[in-house]
Structures are given as C-alpha cells and as structure tokens.
Design a protein around this ligand. Structure first.
Ligand SMILES: NC(=O)c1ccc[n+]([C@@H]2O[C@H](COP(=O)([O-])OP(=O)(O)OC[C@H]3O[C@@H](n4cnc5c(N)ncnc54)[C@H](OP(=O)(O)O)[C@@H]3O)[C@@H](O)[C@H]2O)c1
Length: 310
C-alpha cells in the first residue's frame, strides 16, 4: 500500500517506518524539520515538509501525490509543558490536525485513515479490576484535567469514523515504552534524581512496547475493519511504582525519588492525574482476534530485557 504518514520521526513513528518498509509498503512521510529528511529516507520513506497544523501548507506539500492510506501519529509530547492547557499542541493535533489530514487524504485519494488514540479515553479514574474492552464507554469526562485529553481522543476518533468515503480506524494505544518513549523519559528523570514517584499507592495501567505498537498499526492498516477502534496494549498491566522500579533496574539509574502526592499534582498536574488517579486494565483481545496481532513482549519486563541485550 502507499501510505502518507504524519509523525514519522516520533517515538512510534520511527519503528513504524521500519515495520511498514518491512511489510513492503511505500511511505511518504510528512515531517516538519528538513534536517530530519535523512532519518526518514534511511528507513526507505520519501519526505515531504509541512506542519500538520498549517492546513494550506500541508495541502500544498502533498498536492500531486497519491496514497491509499493516511496515518496520523503526530503528537507534540516531547516538549510538553508542565501543565496541560486547552491550547496544547498535542490536543490541537488530535482535533485540527485530524481535520487537516482528512483533507490531505481526500487530495491524495486515500480511502483509509488510521489515527492514534489512547486508552485513557476510557476516563481518567479508577476502573478497579474491570478489564476494559472496546465495548466500554469511551470519551466520558470525569471532571479532572484528563478530560482535555479524553476530549482530544474523541475528537480524532469521531472525525475519522464520520468522514465520508473514508474507512476510519482508531488505535487506542497503551502507555508507550521503549526507545524515545516513557521508559527513556522516566529513566532520564531518575538519572537527574527528579522526585517523580508519588508516595503510597500508585495507579495501575496498561503499557505497550513501541515496536509492538508499530506492528499492531501495520496489521490494523492492512486488516482492520472500517469504523472500528482497537486497544493496543501488552498482556499485563503494571502499577507506576512497578514501572519506575523496572525501568530504573533495566536502565541502571538511581532508584525513583519519592514525592508527596500533593506536590506531584501541583508540580505536574497531568502526570499526577495519570500516576495517582487513573487505574485501568485493558484487553487487546479484539486486536488479537481481528488483526491477528499479539505483542512480542507480553510484559514490561520482557520488553525492557530486550533493550539490555546487545
Ligand atoms: N501513548 C503514549 O504513551 C504516548 C504516545 C505518544 C508519545 N508519548 C510520549 O511522549 C514522549 C515523546 O514522544 P515522541 O518523540 O513521539 O514525541 P513528539 O514530539 O510528540 O513527536 C511525535 C511526532 O509528531 C511530529 N509532530 C509534532 N508536531 C507536529 C506538527 N505540528 N506537524 C507535523 N508533525 C508534527 C513530530 O515531529 P518532529 O520530529 O518534527 O518533532 C514527531 O514525528 C515520549 O516520552 C513518549 O513516550 C506517549
């Protein structure tokens, strides 16, 4: 298939480039920074330069090209501000960015659209021991800062599902770990001895290795059903305490520094909401059944151990 990919230089974007090339797909990568042309070219993709939030520039950049599928993997999390505001660029990318990429899909003749969504759209609260599936309510607001992210997840999903003449598919990814993802980010913080582990009980959530997320994305592009969302997570949810402990061990960093819960909430309100309030155990049974995908790394420990091997 011919794929137009936005977000090709990100945490999932790079392994996705490899996975797409490995499966014989032809990729045009929409990138913002001309200096990253080489990175995507090395993975066999053809770069075009545009900011997804600039509709006219995006349409000009892709005009004259053709594609079967558009993939939206653009987020702006690398330099995320300490607190989340309604004008946050990642939220805009999920809302306005999706709208612009749908316009690009029409221009290049793509009939399929795969978008990045996230498991936290099930609601930033304690879901207890319930194992959540795609049949559970998605997009419900619970009255905390996470609602902004939930709304943004809904904004991208609802647009791709409603778009005329487009086969929309949404991938509700778990927390990414692996190269350039949460594990690297938290390992850096632990190296700097940043106080990041909330005292007492932490929330439990589902993670997924970025390479597994990339493989699932290719499977969804090839075999996913139009109008469907798929949870993409590994087999075993873990608490944030266990996550930080495992990452610290695998990356050889100092142990996570404990911080009072109120202080974490004050200093980094969104992370506080995620690490303290948002317990969710997610099933990938639908992705396994319909896409034939299972994670190569069933557990966080297996995925982190793979990193340690030469
Ligand atoms: N589900 C999850 O847990 C999840 C999901 C995503 C990210 N993260 C976390 O966020 C951190 C950073 O991830 P990342 O490196 O993927 O970060 P990122 O900085 O959010 O970048 C994602 C991709 O989107 C592109 N992009 C951003 N804004 C754009 C725009 N306006 N127009 C076109 N492209 C745009 C970036 O391009 P540039 O190279 O030009 O910046 C990059 O290719 C990691 O710690 C990761 O774990 C978590």
């Amino acid at each position: 298939m011919k794929v137009l990919l936005a977000g090709a230089t990100g945490a999932i974007g790079v392994p996705l480039l490899s996975a797409l090339a490995g499966a014989g797909h032809e990729v045009t990568a929409v990138i913002r920074d001309p200096a990253k042309r080489r990175l995507v070219a090395e993975h066999g993709a053809d770069p075009v330069i545009a900011d997804v939030l600039d509709r006219d520039a995006l349409l000009r950049a892709v005009d004259g090209r053709s594609a079967d599928v558009v993939m939206h993997q653009a987020t702006a999390l690398r330099n995320a501000p300490r607190t989340l505001r309604p004008d946050d660029p990642t939220l805009a990318l999920r809302g306005r960015g999706t709208e612009h990429l749908l316009a690009a899909a029409r221009l290049v003749g793509a009939r399929r659209f795969v978008t990045q969504s996230l498991i936290t759209g099930y609601g930033y609260r304690d879901h207890g021991d319930t194992v959540l599936t795609e049949d559970d309510t998605f997009g419900s607001r619970v009255g905390n800062i996470g609602d902004l992210v939930t709304d943004a997840g809904m904004a991208t999903e609802s647009q791709v599902f409603a778009a005329d003449g487009i086969e929309g598919i949404a991938l509700r990814y778990g927390m990414f770990y692996g190269k350039n993802a949460f594990s690297d980010m938290f390992a850096d913080m632990m190296r700097k001895r940043a106080p990041i582990l909330p005292r007492g009980k932490t929330a439990t959530t589902s993670f997924v290795h970025v390479n597994d997320a990339a493989a699932a994305t290719v499977a969804a592009m090839e075999r996913g059903r139009a109008g469907e969302a798929y949870n993409i997570v590994d087999d075993q949810p873990v608490s944030w305490r266990a996550f930080l402990t495992e990452v610290s061990r695998a990356h050889g960093t100092p142990r996570p520094v404990v911080t009072p819960r109120w202080l974490l909430r004050l200093a980094v309100p969104y992370l506080g909401c995620l690490m303290i309030d948002t317990t969710m155990r997610i099933s990938h049974a639908k992705a396994t059944r319909e896409l034939g995908w299972t994670p190569a790394y069933g557990t966080l420990r297996e995925g982190l151990e793979a990193r340690e091997r030469p």
